[in-house]
Design a protein around this ligand. Structure first.
Ligand SMILES: *Cc1c(COP(=O)(O)O)cnc(C)c1O
Length: 465
């Protein structure tokens, strides 16, 4: 399988050629030249597979330049009961007839990103070892997503992680999740400033081409194709567990999770609807409702109680738009030229926007009050405690529910990560998963620096791989 850029300006490459890359050189996103199509016989063979077997069956189609034995070993070592808490890896819980909760948050950082990032960490280590290369991963987190990257890359050979976080602005639990990691290749850098300043420092360093090349600076952002590929697996697993045609409700921000659902549907999985749920930062909901895609200014982005969905634009959306324009890189490029110039493009009433219906996408959004009400309702009706991101998904999913069609709502984080909102909704503390009881009491490793790219660069120079 070869990978091309949505904007048509990159030489086709195999999977390992794009694995460590971010944007394609022409500014587009990499994706496969075409999606593999599964016959009914393929699907019925997959139905009986364990999670790791299924992951191998799917990923071997996308990473066909990695020797099968190696890929099988990496996948089998990733999707284990030890790491994900159960043999099912992504257990499906029935709330009532035709309503299910898909547990994606049982990995080491208690959020769905673990499902892709745990594999990504192993793939990075494997490819770097083969090439005799090293990598320094630089990132910024507002609290929730940095821990998934650190748990994925901890202890990996030839990789070091430099994760910037806003000093004193995360919950004690979030800070402890990252700062308590004892691994020598993890460097937590607490920046005296807010999250945007952390991100500005990362941008400044990544923009220094010479520094970036010298220290092999990379990222594990949500546009990485391997993350999308790994996320396909639980759509298959859930469809097989529930049976028949299924709709999915997906709490969405950067459009990585639900885009994997789109790919699975294109491959032939019987998905009826892909229900995109956003919070108050409703860039995606606006597009799917009225055909207008408008990037928000930084000051417009609201800090909400589902912070992992607080986005100004949706970084994977371009891949979906590529399919909408009939995989024509020139049309795609003209849309993004318009977007870069005006911050918006509008497709309402066009042929392109009419194709949305064929792809099964619908959407909705939630407010803080909606999330509190949904957390209460799910607790009262089913005795299940959910986090605010999951509540976004359930609230919007129920609005699009169809009689006789199974609805699978994705649980993307554990309530323990968002104690404040749980207390507001339920008047009690969330339960802590086993092993996290005394997290805040563990010794912490963190360096506090000013919001200054030069200071962070010095830190990287001292500790780089
Ligand atoms: C990242 C994240 C999301 C959003 O997923 P996208 O792939 O960015 O759309 C939703 N919920 C949680 C808990 C997350 O960490």
């Amino acid at each position: 399988m070869r990978y091309v850029s949505t904007r048509g300006g990159a030489k086709p490459q195999p999977f390992t050629g794009i694995l460590l890359e971010g944007l394609a050189p022409d500014g587009g996103l990499f994706l496969p030249e075409e999606f593999p199509k599964l016959a009914p016989a393929d699907l019925s063979a997959m139905r009986r597979m364990s999670y790791a077997e299924l992951a191998f069956a799917i990923l071997s189609k996308f990473a066909d330049d990695i020797p099968a034995d190696d890929l099988e070993r990496l996948v089998a070592a990733t999707y284990t009961e030890k790491l994900f808490g159960s043999e099912d890896i992504t257990p499906v819980r029935k709330l009532e007839p035709d309503l299910y909760l898909l547990g994606l948050s049982n990995g080491p950082s208690l959020a769905f990103k673990d499902l892709a990032l745990q594999l990504l960490g192993s793939l990075f280590e494997y490819v770097l070892a083969k090439r005799g290369e090293r990598l320094n991963v630089l990132g910024a987190t507002s609290g929730d997503t940095g821990s998934s990257a650190e748990y994925a890359l901890r202890g990996k050979k030839n990789i070091r992680v430099f994760m910037l976080s806003p000093y004193g602005r995360m919950s004690a639990f979030q800070a402890a999740q990252m700062y308590s990691l004892p691994d020598a290749n993890i460097f937590n850098i607490a920046v005296r400033g807010v999250f945007d300043e952390c991100q500005d420092v990362v941008k400044a360093i990544s923009g220094d081409v010479a520094f970036k090349a010298k220290h092999r600076i990379g990222a594990v952002n949500s546009i990485n194709w391997a993350r999308v590929a790994a996320q396909l697996v639980y759509y298959f697993k859930a469809c097989f567990a529930v049976g028949g045609e299924v709709s999915f409700a997906v709490p969405s921000g950067n459009f990585g999770n639900v885009y994997a659902g789109h790919v699975a549907r294109q491959m032939g999985l019987p998905i009826r609807k892909l229900i995109v749920a956003t919070n108050e930062n409703n860039v995606l909901d606006e597009f799917f409702r009225i055909g207008r895609y408008r990037v928000r200014k930084a000051a417009e982005v609201k800090a909400t109680s589902s912070p992992s969905m607080d986005i100004s634009k949706s970084s994977n959306f371009e891949r979906y738009a590529y399919d909408l324009v009939g995989r024509d890189p020139f049309r795609l490029k003209s849309l993004w030229t318009e977007l870069d110039a005006n911050g918006v493009f509008a497709l309402a009433g066009t042929e392109i926007f009419r194709r949305v219906a064929d792809t099964g996408f619908v959407s909705g959004s939630s407010t803080h009050a909606d999330r509190l009400a949904t957390i209460r309702r799910v607790w009262k009706d089913y005795g299940v405690m959910i986090d605010p991101h999951t509540a976004d998904g359930i609230k919007v999913g129920l609005e699009h529910r169809e009689r006789g069609v199974a609805l699978v709502c994705m649980e993307t984080a554990q309530p323990a990560k968002f104690a404040e909102t749980i207390r507001e909704a339920l008047g009690r503390d969330p339960e802590r998963p086993a092993g996290f009881e005394d997290l805040e009491k563990l010794p912490q490793r963190v360096e506090v620096v000013d919001a200054d790219a030069a200071a962070v660069k010095r830190h990287i120079e001292r500790h780089a791989a």
